[in-house]
Design a protein around this ligand. Structure first.
Ligand code: AOY
Length: 459
């Protein structure tokens, strides 16, 4: 099998579609939108990865065509379904580069749902069938966009609590990506992890850093981490040596931040009698901050009790907003049971008991990178315009069984209205189109740096 064979990156039924459009079809024009869902403002993110990794340059070769033909003959039990002539036309006429134009809103831009975020059409009338062949791959942009969207909403939520109870400038390190092990693939970790870094600066998902470096044009590293314990490094000392394991953490990492998972046996005992007892002086004399990590129990209850114990043992100050902040050498990170809702519950519980959001950071894994699907924001890719026998026609669906699945009609543009809200209008309308050509006939026309993308998503 030829690696990254674009001819195989689609749904089987799409192989049969070239015969199904009306005779005389020369143009198929489709658009991508979020039809609604959990959050109103949807961050567009990840297209550049797909363009660079799968669509740019010569992507059709004789070897790929032959390899696909063999597979499809067996798959369909029939050699006639695969459109060999169509692909050989692209090879011969276009040197194996894709005769399509893709326009998209700038990556990182939050766009209200029910707006076109991307459009695609064929640029060679013979290749009308290619537009929607690419749907399967292009729609995967739902994933990076949905991760970036939720991560941004969590940032807003955390910012509210920091505004009310503490220091908003701390927000970039308040949500750390713990999700690598919980995703279905390294590719998901790369894209999802990068999507999180559109909004935050803390990550343990190293694959995301490589993805940003390779596909978002930069040598800059956009995610940061610190030394941190896991259960094996603590429990291998034996239960009777829990304090020695903790002291080792303080001495191995002489200064700066260090995180220590502290629930191996009894997190309350660890906080009261080890960190806040036997090792209290070592913590206070250390040039840096110990981050205590509970990892079990009901998050809001455990966090409150842990912070209360650490407050009793190490002391706290009251900030200008009237909330308690632990001694600067001690903080807490909660990474178990963390999702959009539990973050709110934990911050609310802390606030109710007079504790600032400054005291805590969150680690989020499965709920950040995996507990999402294409329906979280109801992403869809639909044909809205075609040219048949030289005449442009509107194309749409409008199912009686679900008006929410109604699709837009005609060639489209994305604009900002006088109130600064996004609107999708007919392409012929006057105002500036925010959908910019990013890909045409095999070439990437416009690229975004990760810094620009972060700026576009800024709150
Ligand atoms: N990492 C902050 C740095 C990271 C982690 C990664 C699954 C960290 C833990 C921590 O403090 O405790 C994947 C679980 C934890």
């Amino acid at each position: 099998m030829i690696q990254n064979n674009l001819l195989l990156m689609t749904d089987s039924y799409k192989l049969s579609h070239y015969k199904q459009y009306p005779t005389g079809t020369t143009n198929v024009y489709s658009y991508f939108e979020s039809r609604g869902g959990r959050f109103n403002d949807v961050v567009f993110f990840g297209l550049q990865y797909y363009l660079k990794n799968y669509l740019e340059g010569v992507v059709v070769t004789q070897e790929k065509i032959d390899s696909a033909a063999k597979l499809y003959e067996k798959h369909f039990g029939n050699a006639a379904v695969f459109y060999r002539e169509g692909w050989e036309y692209i090879l011969k006429t276009h040197g194996g580069k894709l005769p399509v134009r893709i326009k998209a809103v700038a990556e990182g831009t939050p766009v209200h749902y029910q707006n076109a975020m991307m459009t695609i059409e064929n640029t060679d009338p013979v290749c009308f069938w290619l537009t929607n062949f690419l749907e399967t791959l292009l729609v995967q942009v739902w994933y990076g966009s949905t991760v970036a969207t939720q991560s941004r909403e969590i940032k807003k939520r955390i910012l509210q609590y920091l505004d009310e109870t503490g220091d908003p400038s701390l927000v970039n390190f308040k949500l750390h990506d713990f999700g690598f092990r919980g995703v279905s693939s390294v590719e998901s970790a790369s894209i999802g992890g990068a999507a999180h870094l559109v909004n935050f600066m803390g990550t343990d998902t190293v694959a995301a850093l490589a993805c940003i470096r390779e596909f978002y044009n930069t040598d800059e590293v956009f995610g940061f981490s610190i030394p941190a314990a896991e259960h094996s490094t603590i429990t291998s000392w034996g239960r009777e040596n829990e304090a020695k394991a903790y002291l080792n953490m303080l001495t191995q990492y002489e200064e700066g931040l260090v995180a220590v998972v502290s629930d191996s046996y009894d997190v309350y005992n660890a906080c009261e009698n080890i960190w806040g007892g036997e090792l209290k002086k070592a913590v206070l004399n250390r040039k840096g901050t110990l981050v205590v990590r509970p990892d079990s129990g009901i998050p809001k209850d455990v966090v409150l009790r842990v912070i209360s114990i650490l407050g009793d043992r190490f002391g706290f100050t009251t900030n200008s907003k009237g909330y308690k902040v632990l001694h600067p050498n001690v903080r807490v990170i909660q990474g178990d049971g963390v999702d959009f809702d539990s973050i709110g519950e934990i911050l609310d519980t802390l606030k109710t008991h007079g504790w600032s959001a400054d005291n805590i950071a969150f680690g989020m894994g499965g709920a950040l990178l995996q507990k999402l699907d294409r329906d979280t924001q109801k992403f869809a890719f639909k044909c809205s315009s075609a040219v048949v026998n030289g005449e442009e026609r509107e194309v749409f669906k409008d199912p009686v069984t679900d008006s929410g699945k109604r699709s837009k009609r005609g060639r489209l543009k994305l604009v900002k209205d006088s109130q600064g809200n996004h609107q999708t209008l007919p392409a012929a309308a006057g105002s500036t189109d925010l959908l910019q050509t990013v890909f045409e006939n095999g070439s990437i026309i416009k690229q975004y740096s990760f810094g620009e993308i972060k700026a576009n998503a800024a709150i």
